[in-house]
Design a protein around this ligand. Structure first.
Ligand code: CP
Ligand code: NVA
Length: 303
């Protein structure tokens, strides 16, 4: 049987994604259970880039399911000395049960998945961050209600997290307004995909337009891991700071989201991120619950 990889939200049907969110919520609320993993079931967490939330939430999720983890800095493995991803995938498949990789080029994760005979999970690439946005959808639904038919406004860099929000908008059926400088817009090919799939993804340069009446404002750092042009990005993105005025344009019940880490005073004011509409720490907690559901699916604990 082909391994159950979790690479991108767009790879799944709406009903499969909704089932994962329902499982995550049930596991969190104690209304759903999955079988306990055999103790020798091991997840490897491989990092080419730093992490706080992804590392700890996956580690704890696996332990709570009954399994164990190994954390590896890829640079300290033979990958750092040029061993191929294909060989690494085949070797690790002989020892482990599941691998999570955080890396730069998206092709690294697809190559790992292609050659591994065990499930591979995307823990962030330059192109996407699907586990984050699954946790974000769970957070939205807990705090606001069903996300279907709602409006989410992404304000800032059209980056990897924004791309996964585009995938989610199409599959979960909500409108995504993206306000970003033209230079930092998501790729045309992704926007075309969203249109072809019948999604409602609107790109504007005006943050006020995007925020007006939205049920959620979401942003992210102006300089992602690996970005080299920090000063230019900060200049381009300065008009896209989420502040109290912008938040005031959203619906009264709107929530503020940020995947963290955050830079107060850059992409968001302290008043918004530390204010009453912010759900950023629920998002961080929900990484644990969403990833537990993803691991349960990958490891065959669900249908
Ligand atoms: N949001 C997120 O992925 O955080 P880390 O970089 O700390 O894992
Ligand atoms: N866009 C950010 C997300 C960090 C979790 C980055 O890639 O650095």
């Amino acid at each position: 049987m082909a391994p159950r990889h979790f690479i991108d939200i767009c790879d799944f049907s709406a009903s499969d994604l909704k089932a994962l969110i329902a499982l995550a919520r049930g596991l969190k609320e104690g209304t759903r259970e999955v079988d306990t993993l055999a103790p020798a079931t091991v997840l490897a967490l491989m990092f080419d880039k730093p992490s706080t939330r992804t590392r700890v939430s996956f580690d704890i999720a696996m332990r709570q399911l009954g399994g164990q983890t190994i954390v590896m800095n890829s640079a300290e493995t033979q990958l750092g000395r040029g061993e191929t991803i294909a060989d690494t995938a085949q070797v690790l498949s002989r020892y482990l049960n599941v691998i999570m990789l955080r890396t730069g080029p998206h092709s690294n994760i697809t190559e790992l998945a292609e050659h591994a005979s065990i499930p591979v999970i995307n823990g962030l690439t330059e192109e996407s961050h699907p586990c984050q946005v699954m946790a974000d959808v769970l957070t939205f639904e807990e705090s606001v209600g069903s996300i279907e038919g709602r409006t989410v406004a992404w304000i800032g860099d059209g980056n990897n997290v924004a791309n996964s929000w585009i995938h989610a908008a199409v599959r979960f059926g909500f409108t995504l307004n993206i306000a970003c400088p033209e230079e930092l817009s998501p790729q045309d090919s992704l926007l075309e995909w969203a249109g072809n799939e019948g999604g409602s993804v609107i790109v504007t340069q005006d943050p006020k337009d995007a925020a007006s009446g939205a049920d959620c404002l979401v942003t992210d750092v102006w300089v992602s891991m690996g970005d080299k042009d920090a000063e230019k990005r900060k200049q381009l993105l300065a008009p896209y700071r989420v502040d109290e005025t912008l938040m005031g344009l959203a619906s009264q019940e709107a929530v503020f989201m940020h995947c963290l880490p955050a830079h107060r005073g850059d992409e968001v004011t302290a008043g918004v991120i530390d204010g009453p509409q912010s759900v950023v720490f629920d998002e961080a907690e929900n990484r644990l619950h969403a990833q537990k559901a993803i691991l349960a699916w990958c490891l065959g604990l669900t249908e």
